[in-house]
Design a protein around this ligand. Structure first.
Ligand code: NAD
Length: 436
């Protein structure tokens, strides 16, 4: 089995000063909004820190007979507005700090789009490319079994994230259902269609981003038919982002994944060719030999492409203080969670970059996950058209709520999104009051 190489993130590299961690960044965003809103200390105390943090060891029998022990996390940040909701990430760099940040963003993301869910997130420290299919299944099932008391359709509902997808959701749903001696599809979202998944879930994150980009382009007077786009990360979110924006008339000039970064500034890149390439290869390494593209020597330079729309769709902490001055698209549409640090935001704002922040921009995923949960509980399944039109309604309203708030408070879109979300979470916390 080949060892998959994960490019280093900026955080904690030896290249320069250490950037704040993902959770530190999340808290700085929160504090900036809390200050603008003049939140009281009690209000901050109720919603800032995660409610429950769980860490487990997962002993798994490997194919060669050895037992390997993996580390797993689940963080429930806030459950005032409804059951915790958030994906499970499989990645060698997963840490409790990262999962706390991701759970935190989920609380406020669900509130921005106004769905009745709280915030949660999970992770396993594992490089899935080093596992056989059987080993991957045993890790997934053991994770669900170890965490089973935390989960439930009214308690905490996980979903896919980096390196997890419908297959893993199916194994986890089956494990939960076996323990409960019941069929419980609503315990997890992002399932295969045949097992109660929702139509439109696979492309939902990117589709939600496209609804936001269309609104932003209208406000900024950008013609999408003439717009150029660069996409960092070509997985679930990034590949659909490239495909859907191309359908809107944009030219995709650069894409990347862990196998490298590629560009074709003249003709553009056809995302379908990259998707076809990925059917036979683990990542985009070698893509330049099968398509009309050139390879960037340094994949991080993709972020500095002079494009109209930049889509970070990989991991957090990609645009930091050091490279932010060179990142100058008209719009950054954050499909990834936390790709821009708090320090980078200030530089980007000074340079006139319009950021559609993650807790708004990528909320299409959790919104259709919510629709999936609703359909599972109704036992009645919607056609694609209904999913798409409901998603559009939620995303367009959320975008315009955030835009109006940014004008009202004279703050950027990220702080505006937090203001709306914090207001909603705080209101519900106060209505519920304190037990005992
Ligand atoms: P994925 O595993 O399907 O894809 C991740 C992609 O990023 C892969 O192509 C991988 O090769 C690439 N990548 C990893 N490190 C990279 C690097 N340093 N440089 C360039 N490419 C790199 O994951 P996904 O579900 O598409 O998630 C991507 C991001 O979107 C994450 O931040 C995730 O939290 C966020 N997100 C996803 C969803 C969803 O529904 N899938 C919803 C909301 C937010």
């Amino acid at each position: 089995m080949t060892q998959q190489k994960y490019p280093p993130r900026h955080m904690g590299t030896m290249m320069g000063p250490v950037d704040p961690s993902a959770f530190e960044n999340a808290l700085m965003q929160f504090e900036a909004a809390a200050k603008t809103m003049k939140l009281t200390d009690d209000q901050v105390a109720m919603i800032k820190e995660p409610r429950r943090t769980t860490e487990v060891k997962l002993p798994v029998r490997m194919d060669d007979g050895r037992i390997e022990v993996f580390q797993g996390f689940r963080v429930q940040h806030n459950i005032a507005r409804g059951p915790a909701k958030g994906g499970i990430r499989f990645h060698p760099d997963v840490s409790i700090d990262e999962v706390k940040a991701l759970a935190f963003w989920m609380t406020f993301k669900c509130a921005v789009v106004d769905i009745p869910m709280g915030g949660g997130k999970g992770g396993v420290v594992v490089d899935p490319s080093n596992l056989s299919l059987g080993e991957l299944e045993r890790v997934a099932r053991r994770y669900m079994a170890e965490m089973i008391d935390l989960f439930g359709p009214d308690r905490d509902i996980p979903a896919p994230d980096v390196n997890t997808g419908p297959m893993i959701m199916a194994w986890m749903m089956d494990t939960y259902s076996m323990h409960h001696r019941d069929n419980v599809p609503a315990v997890i979202t992002g399932k295969p269609l045949e097992l109660g998944g929702s139509r439109g879930r696979a492309s939902a994150t990117a589709q939600g981003m496209v609804f936001c980009v269309r609104e932003a382009a209208q406000k900024l007077k950008i013609d999408l038919k003439k717009a150029t786009v660069a996409v960092q990360g070509f997985g679930n979110a990034g590949s659909f982002a490239a495909k859907l924006l191309r359908e809107d008339g944009c030219k995709i000039v650069a894409i990347s994944d862990i196998g490298g970064a590629f560009h074709n500034r003249q003709q553009g890149i056809n995302p379908d060719e990259a998707i076809d390439f990925l059917r036979e290869h683990k990542n985009l390494k070698g893509f330049e030999r099968s398509a009309e593209v050139s390879r960037f020597d340094d994949p991080m330079v993709l972020l500095e492409e002079p494009v109209d729309i930049l889509i970070p769709a990989a991991l957090e902490n990609q645009i930091v203080k050091k490279n932010a001055p060179r990142v100058k698209p008209k719009i950054i549409a954050e499909c990834a969670n936390g790709p821009c640090t708090f320090d980078a935001d200030a530089i980007l704002e000074r340079n006139g970059v319009f950021i559609i922040p993650d807790i708004l921009c990528n909320a299409g995923g959790v919104t259709v996950s919510y629709f999936e949960w609703v359909q599972n509980r109704m036992g009645y399944y919607w056609e694609s058209e209904r999913v798409l039109s409901e998603l559009e309604r939620y995303m367009v309203k959320a975008f315009n709520d955030v835009y109006e708030t940014s004008k009202k408070y004279k703050v950027n879109m990220r702080i505006a999104a937090f203001i709306i979300a914090i207001e909603r979470v705080t209101r519900v916390s106060e209505l519920r009051g304190l037990y005992a």
